[in-house]
Design a protein around this ligand. Structure first.
Ligand code: NAD
Length: 420
């Protein structure tokens, strides 16, 4: 997402700055610091795909591993026209931080293909996915690097990757991707996991702030997997969802939107805009609405220096990765906003991906209640560890989450004796 003004933000430089600040604060050994601020592996592939009209188009894709000290690298695959290598590197680094902050035995990775899945047929998407999977086959695998869905990809795309990988191996490999359909080793609860994690974080924050969750007003930017499910689950907890948006614009109803009906409307018309009884608003207007909880769940840099001061929500739960630029973050903190940072707020997805991987490796599958229960335990622990760090070190939740994550990665390097 391009910020609406001249504030140019390179997401990887943004992460490196965050890493530098925390390493200095924690006095992390120079050897570990310089290692953590770079990615371990960056693969760029250019591959041909036959389109439905018979023409061949060459697409560019990436697969990046940021760090795998704590376990196999883990991270989604994004299909979007604007993806870049630097964005993929930033997303990979955030995955390392995320898996460390919630303390699951993974490193961080990310993949992407520059394409517009909305304008491609199912057959074209399948051919693109299978070819991209073949190109990255050598670097992925259940013990080394495990993809999952992200923006523009879904369980079907994961199924094609799993099938392509398995055909090459000669046997079915369930653990090569997560976010798969249930029929081929997907986990119950995975589809809703990221939104559920956002909801759990909002409830824990409300308790901490002494804010009533029943009747709390919520605005959600981005009505895809993360945003729509966060909205649905928060509504179930008694919140009033007053605004939601997608790439075409936003809708607002101060009396509250019926999330299930908005979901049906979006399915039929491919946008939330025009939903009956709602007022059409812009994405920037949504971010500045008077509400209790704001859940940015679209793309990076949505809250930036020019619009940060207009944010009125008391609590911001970052469903998206990197939705707040560093300058905006400072403005929000100065204005007393309580921010649950992305690497904690949206970690529900990777936590249940971890459960899916474990279930696949053991060929033993859990009930949805068991999945949700274990997710609640891990999220609860992580939230309180970050909160405790923030109170002890007198820093905001984002800095506290980074401190916890970077310390865990550095401790793992130390334990492995990476630099004797
Ligand atoms: P998605 O493709 O399902 O949904 C993205 C939504 O954002 C869509 O509704 C789209 O219309 C909207 N959008 C795009 N550009 C927009 C704009 N300029 N303004 C407003 N809305 C816009 O993707 P998703 O899986 O829900 O991912 C959303 C964010 O959450 C991304 O940052 C992703 O990296 C992050 N995330 C996703 C998961 C997951 O499990 N899916 C896990 C962790 C983090």
């Amino acid at each position: 997402m391009t910020s609406p003004t001249s504030e140019i933000v390179n997401p990887f430089q943004m992460v490196q700055q965050q890493i530098d600040d925390i390493c200095e604060k924690l006095k992390i050994k120079q050897a570990y610091h310089v290692k953590i601020r770079e990615c371990e592996r960056e693969l760029t592939v250019h591959f041909p795909v036959k389109m439905d009209d018979g023409q061949v188009k060459v697409f560019t894709g990436y697969r990046v591993v940021h760090n795998d000290t704590r376990g196999p690298a883990k991270g989604g695959i994004r299909y979007h026209p604007d993806v870049t290598l630097d964005e993929t590197k930033a997303l990979a680094a955030w995955m390392s931080m995320k898996t460390a902050v919630v303390n699951i035995p993974y490193g961080g990775a990310k993949g992407a293909v520059a394409c517009n899945p909305k304008t491609m047929s199912r057959d074209e998407l399948e051919r693109l996915t299978r070819r991209y999977a073949s190109e990255i086959l050598l670097v992925i695998g259940p013990e080394r690097d495990i993809p999952a869905p992200d923006v523009g990809t879904n369980p079907q795309v994961m199924a094609w990757i799993m099938d392509t990988y398995s055909m090459n191996k000669g046997y079915s490999v369930l653990g090569v991707v997560t976010g798969k359909p249930l029929e081929i080793g997907g986990s119950r609860g995975r589809f809703e996991a990221t939104g559920r994690g956002c909801m759990i974080n909002a409830l824990l924050t409300a308790k901490h702030l002494g804010m009533a969750i029943k009747g709390a007003t919520v605005a959600v930017q981005g009505f895809g997997n993360v945003g729509s499910i966060s909205a649905k689950l928060l509504a179930k907890e008694g919140c009033r969802i007053i605004a939601v948006s997608d790439s075409k614009g936003g809708i607002y109803n101060p009396k509250g939107l019926d999330v299930e009906s908005v979901l049906r409307y979006k399915k039929e018309t491919s946008s939330v805009v025009g939903f009956r009884g709602s007022e059409t608003i812009t994405n920037d207007e949504l971010l500045g609405l008077k509400c209790d909880i704001l859940v940015p769940s679209a793309l990076e840099s949505a809250i930036c220096a020019p619009n940060a001061a207009s944010v009125k929500a008391r609590m911001i739960v970052e469903g998206a990765n990197g939705p707040t630029t560093p300058e905006a973050d400072k403005i929000l903190c100065d204005n007393g906003k309580f921010i649950v940072p992305d690497i904690l707020a949206n970690a529900g997805g990777v936590i249940v991906s971890y459960f899916e991987w474990v279930q696949g490796l053991q060929s033993f599958f859990w009930s949805e209640d068991e999945v949700n229960h274990q997710l609640q335990i891990i999220m609860d622990n992580a939230f309180h560890e970050v909160l405790e760090m923030s109170q002890r070190e007198k820093v905001d939740m984002r800095n506290a989450a980074y401190m916890l994550a970077i310390k865990r990665i550095a401790d793992a390097m130390e334990a492995r004796g990476i630099f004797p």
